[in-house]
Design a binder for this molecule. Sequence first.
Ligand code: DX5
Ligand code: ZN
Length: 215
Amino acid sequence: MIKISPSILNVKTENIASKVKKLDAAGADYIHIDVMNGTYVDNISFNSDIVKEIKKITSKVLDVHLMIKPIKPHLEEYINAGSDIITFHPEVEENPMEIIKFIKKENVQTGIALHPKINILEYEELFTEVNQIIVMTVIPGFGGQQFIDTQVKKIEDLCRLRKKKDYKFKISADGGINDISGKKCIKSGADILAIGSFLLTKPETEFDKIINSFK
Ligand code: DX5
Ligand code: ZN
C-alpha cells in the first residue's frame, strides 16, 4: 500500500510539534523533513535539531531529505539526531557510494533524490544499495510549487528498471503532490508520496481523510 510522508517544510516552527502529533494520529507513515542550508538550494529551512525534536514526539519513520552540500561533514549529526532514512542528492558528492556505505554502516536507511534534470541512468550503480529513490517532481528549494508532469515518465522508467533488474528500492515522489498528481504517481509505480502544502494547508480535522484518500 502507498505510504504517505507529509512534508512539514512550510509549517511555522512553533507549530511543528503539534502538527507532527496530528499527522501521526491521522495515519501518516513517515514524516518528511526537508533540510536546506543555503548551499544546494538558496533557501534555509531545518537543521538536525528539528530531527531530534521530532524524534521525541513520534515513532513514525523520519524521512530526512538533505538538500545541502557537501553531505559528508554533516552525516554523523543527522544519524545521531535519529533519522530513519537519509536521502541526499548524489551529484553534490564526488563519491556518493561512500556516503551510502557510511550511512548503512550506522544502520540507517539510505536514499538518493533525483533532481528533475538528472537522468536515472546516471546513478544506476547506486540502485542496488539504496532503500529509496526520491523522484523530485518540482525543482528542489521550495514548497508549494507546481508538479512537473514530465517526471511521471521518470517514475515509470524507474519502476520498469526495478522490475527488470530486481532492484529493491522504493520510489518516492516529492513536490507538488495533490489529489491529481498523486494518483498519477501511484499509477506510475510510486510507493511513497511526500506531500507538503496540499495536506498541510488543510484543517487538521481533514488530515486522516486526505491521507486515506491515497490509500
Ligand atoms: C522541495 C521539497 C518538497 C516540498 C514538498 O524542495 O523537497 O518536500 O517541500 O512540498 P509541496 O508538496 O508543497 O511541493
Ligand atoms: Zn523533500
